[in-house]
Design a protein around this ligand. Structure first.
Ligand code: G6P
Ligand code: ZN
Length: 541
């Protein structure tokens, strides 16, 4: 074991989801070592502990795993459970931490950001409950990175991570496991695999776009091997260090190949995509895109058809900017419904306390209390199980849902890379005028209320303020504005637009058309285009 003197690197502050930087930043000598040693120091050391380790297959992942193993061995860790090839999807890592009763885990990923020598890399620490470290822990890690003066590393050759089995690194056991099987088994315990095999046996056609990222091997095993979907159902199924140049973010913009197929003349029955590390999902039917907010509502309304949720849900939660479609389902089913700030970490307490079993966000995240991360393939299986149980296609399910609950038309408009000062000034002005907006008539709409969202965690009482501006209009429409917490360039303004239509008429409009009055009213009230000089949003989801 060698103790290496080191000096703090600036900016090793974990963000919404771990420390994310450009890969060359992580590859600087000592950079990863400093962050990992600081993480271990901040959690009280790793002596005698068991940790899970793996990542989404992106560039530098294998090298990083070797470094982490040697630092863990020097710290006296008892056992490291590592996905073969250093692979583990984020939900699979969360599952393994819980299943193996590990003390925590390290996930090597920058989620849906592109990977490669000039793209992004990331390191994230998860706790013994399988969920991302809370702010108190990430703050302690950051504090440690600012004063660190040495790290300890075992002097040993690299461990062979290409073969399943146990070996030793000093006194530490390195347990290389198949990254897929425990996760696939868990899915088999939640869903009606017999019904799903029947569905595919009858010729149900599906396209799963794994975007050259980590879900490929999981999707091939689950859909093609265990459920009998046709070979080739999963495309871009080989995880590649640079994701084959793809931007592995499952939304209509970046998963455009899938969108084109699903909207085309030869569309299969069902389409789905997931992101770099496998926690996000996008659901598409033949000729119909399902917004993440609607997907959450449909899953809530139909969860009882899935064996794992046959007793019903404990409650549901959504992030504040996510549409209220799920609220209407919760009301009908008499379920508790929580509204949290943006970020999966806010769901952890509610799940640990047994208050909710289903959570979702407009940012293409859906999941349940089976793990403590959002779970892309789980969401896909929920949809498949619902389709099999109801014997209906995606378009029919959506039409039926809207007829029953009404439709929350929804869209998000992003204005990217705005000058930070300009964005702050615009929202600062809005904050100053919030209380005077009530009663304002604009574009034929009346402002019913306007506020800045603040959340009090019902479990631990902690308060998270300044979580986005809400402008509510009479009749249940609203606009929400907040700045992205994950952007890397300037400020990204997100404008979330929602309008409720009870039906039975007017349920099949184009969302941009249905939302036009809200879009115009928001422009009148906030002046986004006027103040930024932009002609329109950069991204629309
Ligand atoms: C990450 C988190 C999500 C969150 C999203 C918001 O993906 O895991 O829980 O919804 O960031 O990103 P934003 O850029 O809107 O802050
Ligand atoms: Zn992700």
């Amino acid at each position: 074991m060698t103790t290496h003197p080191t000096r703090p690197f600036e900016g090793q502050k974990p963000g919404t989801s771990g420390l994310r930087k450009k890969t060359p930043v992580f590859m600087q000598p000592g950079y990863l070592e400093n962050f990992v040693q600081s993480t271990f120091d901040a959690i009280g050391g790793v002596a005698g502990k068991t940790l899970v380790l793996g990542g989404d297959g992106r560039y530098f992942g294998v090298e990083a795993a070797q470094v982490i193993l040697k630092i863990a061995a020097a710290g006296g860790a008892a056992r490291m459970i590592v996905g073969q090839g250093s692979w583990l999807s984020t939900p699979a890592a969360s599952n393994l931490i819980r299943l193996r009763k590990a003390d925590g885990g390290i996930i090597l990923s920058a989620s849906h950001n592109p990977g490669g020598p000039d793209e992004d890399f990331g390191v994230k620490y998860n706790m013994a409950n399988g969920g991302p470290a809370p702010e108190a822990v990430t703050d302690a890690i950051f504090a440690r990175t600012q004063v660190i003066d040495s790290y300890r590393k075992l002097d040993a050759p690299d461990v062979n991570l290409t073969m399943v089995g146990e070996s030793r690194l000093g006194d530490m056991v390195v347990d290389v496991i198949d990254p897929v099987s425990a996760y696939a088994d868990m899915m088999e315990s939640i869903f009606d695999f017999k019904a799903l095999r029947g569905l595919f046996h009858e010729g149900f056609a599906m396209r799963m776009d794994s975007m050259c990222a980590i879900t490929g091997p999981y999707a091939v095993e689950i859909f093609e091997n265990r459920l009998g979907a046709a070979k080739g159902t999963v495309v871009h199924e080989q995880p590649l260090p640079d994701f084959g140049g793809m931007h592995p973010d499952p939304n209509p913009t970046w998963a455009h190949e899938l969108m084109a197929e699903m909207m085309g003349p030869d569309a299969p029955d069902f389409g789905a995509a997931s992101d770099g590390d496998g926690d996000r999902n996008m659901i598409v039917g033949r000729g119909i895109y399902v917004s993440p907010s609607d997907s959450l509502a449909v899953i809530a309304a139909n969860a009882h058809l899935v064996p794992g949720y046959a007793q019903g849900l404990k409650g549901v939660a959504r992030s504040m900017p996510t549409s209220a479609a799920v609220d209407r389902v919760a009301e009908a089913l008499k379920l508790a419904c929580y509204e949290t700030p943006t970020g999966w970490k806010f769901f952890g307490n509610l799940m640990d306390a047994g208050r909710v079993s289903l959570c979702g966000e407009e940012s293409f995240g859906t999941g349940s209390d089976h793990v403590r991360e959002k779970d892309g393939l789980w969401a896909v299986l929920m949809w498949l199980n619902i389709i099999a149980a109801r014997n209906m296609g995606v378009a029919e399910i959506m039409a039926d849902h809207w007829e029953t609950f009404g439709r929350n038309y929804y869209s998000r408009h992003d204005y990217e890379a705005l000058p930070v000062d300009q964005a702050n000034a615009m929202l600062g002005d809005l904050r100053d005028r919030l209380s005077s907006l009530k009663g304002t008539q604009v574009q034929g709409l009346v402002v019913q209320d306007a506020d800045e969202f603040s959340y009090e965690d019902p479990v631990d009482g902690s308060i998270s303020a300044h979580q986005g501006f809400r402008i509510l209009f009479e009749g249940g429409s609203r606009a929400v504005l907040r700045l992205s917490g994950t952007g890397t360039e300037g400020a990204t303004l997100r404008v979330y637009l929602e309008r409720y239509v009870a039906g039975p008429e007017g349920l099949t409009e184009d969302p941009q058309h249905a939302l036009a009055p809200i879009i115009a009213a928001t422009e009148d009230l906030v002046g986004i285009k006027a103040r930024t000089g932009r002609k329109g949003p950069d991204v629309i989801t």
